[in-house]
Design a protein around this ligand. Structure first.
Ligand SMILES: [Zn+2]
Length: 233
């Protein structure tokens, strides 16, 4: 039994309380619930670096490329693009030095290949689509896409401690080398510069660290070709 007045007030307050609780519950639910949770993986989100570069190299075969960085990284797309440009723009010892390929960065399609900077998880997802197992720690190239693993980009490899510029050159040159049709090679001999198409992350086998396709003298730094089975990634 309750007084009618109090009952009416209590009813309104009660409705308000219930309404608030419902709003709170729905809000909490929305914060917790994500459309991609559990069954669908989170969509990959990348931003393309703005602007473009000069044409690197004089070769007739010109590769246009764009550079994209995953959203939310400390490295901006433009910062990453500046480093990629420096590597591909090396007309003395980079791929553009050989006379077979020229490069130019653009900000929009059409492009011949795209260079991504991605978290280890995203790298695995992108590369996994093409059957490449990057295991959360290596880069890959597939289907006109170069995927640079953020972990490698920031932590480098054990052979390049303190040499981020050389390691970044190696990472970009190795994967772009695949885009250019280059397969894996072995160390040609003790003390020789490690060819960029060696899987250097797995060991230098007597070679010394090197991230450039061509030597100081302009000669291609290469070694015995490995069978295609050993090519991925
Ligand atoms: Zn490779």
């Amino acid at each position: 039994m309750r007084a009618p007045g109090l009952g009416a007030l209590g009813g309104r307050a009660g409705y308000a309380a219930v309404a608030l609780a419902v709003v709170a519950a729905v809000t909490a639910g929305l914060l917790w619930w994500k459309p991609w949770a559990d069954d669908a993986p989170k969509p990959l989100a990348f931003t393309t670096a703005t602007g473009g570069s000069a044409r690197f190299g004089t070769a007739e075969k010109l590769y246009h490329y764009k550079v994209r960085a995953e959203n939310g990284l400390k490295v901006s797309p433009e910062e990453f693009a500046a480093e990629v440009d420096k590597v591909l723009g090396d007309t003395r010892r980079g791929w553009a030095a050989g006379g077979g390929w020229a490069f130019q960065r653009v900000a929009a399609d059409p492009v011949d290949f795209t260079v991504y900077l991605a978290t280890p998880e995203s790298t695995d997802r992108i590369c996994g689509q093409y059957g490449l197992d990057t295991g959360g720690w290596v880069n890959c190239a597939a289907n006109r896409q170069v995927v640079i693993n953020l972990k490698r980009w920031t932590e480098l490899s054990e052979f390049y401690v303190g040499q981020s510029e050389e390691y970044h050159a190696l990472a970009v040159n190795h994967e772009v080398g695949h885009i250019l049709g280059q397969g894996h090679v072995e160390c040609p001999g003790p003390g020789a510069p490690a060819p960029v198409m060696m899987q250097q992350i797995k060991g230098l086998h007597g070679c010394v660290p090197n991230g450039r396709p061509y030597g100081q003298d302009g000669a291609l730094l290469t070694g015995p070709l490995l069978p295609p089975a050993a090519t991925a990634p």
